[in-house]
Design a protein around this ligand. Structure first.
Ligand code: SF4
Length: 169
């Protein structure tokens, strides 16, 4: 698909639709479609896209928006910057916190970047770069809003605080 579209793009000005057809069930389609569609979009090729998933059609729309937002081609909804965990992580349930954050932020359509980071090593940089972010330390986290440290937050209030601050922006 990628090779064919590149050839057509090189010899015509027609609008081009991108999609990896019959890409399979969710996990396989997400990986294959993102690689194929994403590589072309990054080169400025493509006018419409479709994820082809053997599953809920709504997931195709979600995946397309997520790719466009991830490539910074369209901004809609929340982008989450989150700790993938390592030995420095100060919060035992960071993965559950990130899952809660994703669930709660799914209702927000305005473009906002929210960071939930597990330590101060990468957390300060990512928290500062996001619109709203928390960098966890021991037993508390530092809240950043638009690049500035605002206050310390208790772990039990991390998610509510991030949602409230994101809604205020
Ligand atoms: S944010 Fe901190 S704890 Fe999480 S992966 Fe990065 S360095 Fe490790």
């Amino acid at each position: 698909m990628v090779e064919a579209v590149r050839i057509v793009a090189g010899c015509s000005d027609y609008p081009l639709h991108l999609g990896v057809t019959e890409a399979g069930p969710l996990r396989q389609s997400l990986v294959k479609s993102s690689a194929g569609i994403g590589s072309l979009l990054l080169d400025g090729i493509g006018d419409t896209i479709r994820y082809s998933i053997s599953g809920d059609p709504g997931l195709e729309v979600d995946a397309a928006w997520t790719l466009l937002a991830g490539l910074d081609l369209r901004r809609r909804g929340a982008q989450i910057v989150s700790c993938p965990t390592c030995g420095r992580c100060e919060v035992p349930d960071i993965l559950s916190l990130v899952a809660q954050l994703e669930n709660r932020l799914s209702e927000i359509v305005k473009p906002v970047t929210v960071a939930m980071m597990g330590c101060v090593v990468n957390g300060v940089g990512e928290g500062t770069a996001a619109d709203v972010g928390i960098a966890c330390g021991h037993d508390q986290g530092v809240l950043f809003v638009r690049g500035e440290p605002v206050r310390n937050v208790e772990p039990s209030a991390f998610i509510d605080t991030l949602i409230a601050e994101a809604n205020k922006l």
